[in-house]
Write a protein that binds this ligand. Structure first.
Ligand SMILES: *Cc1c(COP(=O)(O)O)cnc(C)c1O
Length: 355
């Protein structure tokens, strides 16, 4: 038995993997694999339509928004967002809360004036800045809702005078979101929604079409909206498995039900981190992530032995990102509470072994 705390691609529900493997062999009893049918077939069109309608239903997406499943990962969105929204006539504002945010900022600078309203880089991104001003003449304000590497998360969003754009790659579908606060929400599938290979984009259509710049079709939201996410061949398998995961989430009671589980799982783990004298949490407790729980050992000499110890328990993926160190327990939607209990028991057992 393995307990998968990996940060991404992350854990998927076992029943989704079972059904997906069946679809690879014989999709909808068609005698064909999901991997070898036309993306224009009615069978696949139904998959895409259901994926889109599940996103709309689960997040209560208001009128005026489009849901897209594209390729290129969240990283492609780092440049697609400014390509579509930013030029010499305006500016963009960004909140720098980690490596992913700073990569987004780097891309934005290729397209126009980019204002970093605040940064927590000086404290190795262990918190989320406060007390900044968002320029009211910016085209948009970009945030990263969950900082996968450092374990910080924005659970309430800033009030922005301009459309907000959010990279929600690692906390999408972990709790309810008021979509109407955002111009664009994007998320690579492989953290909390499905396999690598597709990126979900929820976009308010009226923020588009304001620039005179010409945009290559593959990077133009409008082209993908007009094509209904089928401007070119979509990532059929990644969309299929994402759709199955969203079905699973709906069956579980949707984002409100999963939010309760995520609060329960993360608070159990943080409680143990705070109680256990060997460990301490890495992130400012005000912004602790419910998805990526980052912690370290007080004594650096305990780090490697703990990693070796948890391996004997079947716990994998616990090593922290190279730019943060320590440990990171990614406890995405599909990770059962029983796995969190296994980790907590291992922490307690390791504590007694040091005595
Ligand atoms: C993983 C991650 C990314 C990068 O996603 P890709 O799909 O690999 O491009 C971007 N932002 C956040 C918050 C992430 O967690």
């Amino acid at each position: 038995m393995k307990y998968n705390f990996g940060a991404g691609p992350g854990i998927l529900p076992q029943e989704v993997l079972l059904e997906a493997s069946q679809g690879v062999l014989d999709f909808n009893k068609s005698g064909l694999s999901i991997l070898e049918i036309s993306h224009r077939s009615t069978d696949f069109e139904a998959v895409l339509a259901e994926a889109i309608s599940l996103v709309k239903e689960l997040l209560e997406v208001p009128e005026g928004y489009q849901v897209l499943f594209l390729q290129g990962g969240a990283s492609a969105q780092f440049s697609m967002v400014p390509f579509n929204l930013l030029d010499e006539s305006n500016k963009a504002a960004y909140l720098d809360t980690g490596v992913w945010a700073s990569k987004a900022i780097k891309e934005s600078k290729l397209f126009g004036e980019t204002v970093v309203v605040a940064s927590s880089k000086a404290t190795n991104y262990n918190t989320i800045p406060e007390g900044y001003t968002i320029p009211s003449d910016a085209a948009y304000f970009h945030i990263t809702s969950n900082n996968t590497i450092y374990g910080t998360e924005l659970l309430t969003y800033p009030e922005s005078p301009v459309p907000m754009v959010a990279d929600m790659s690692s906390d999408m579908f972990s709790h309810a979101v008021d979509v109407s606060k955002f111009g664009i929400i994007y998320a690579g599938a492989q953290k909390n929604m499905g396999p690598a290979g597709t990126t979900l984009i929820i976009i308010r259509e009226d923020i588009l079409g304001k620039l005179s710049r010409k945009i290559p079709s593959m990077l133009d939201y409008k082209a993908h909206i007009d094509g209904g996410s089928m401007y070119n061949t979509p990532p059929v398998f990644a969309i299929y498995v994402s759709m199955l995961t969203l079905r699973w989430l709906k069956k579980k009671g949707g984002v409100n039900a999963i939010e309760k589980e995520n609060i329960d799982k993360s608070s159990r783990l943080y409680t143990e981190i705070d109680r256990n004298p060997l460990f301490k949490g890495s992130a400012d407790s005000k912004y602790r992530s419910r998805m990526n729980v980052c912690f370290v050992t007080h004594d650096p000499n305990h780090e490697k032995p703990f990693l070796d110890f948890v391996k004997t328990k079947g716990i994998i993926g616990l090593k922290g990102h190279r730019s943060a160190g320590g440990f990171r327990a990614s406890i995405y939607n599909a990770l059962p509470v029983s796995s969190v209990e296994v980790l907590i028991s291992a922490m307690k057992e390791f504590e007694t072994l040091q005595k």
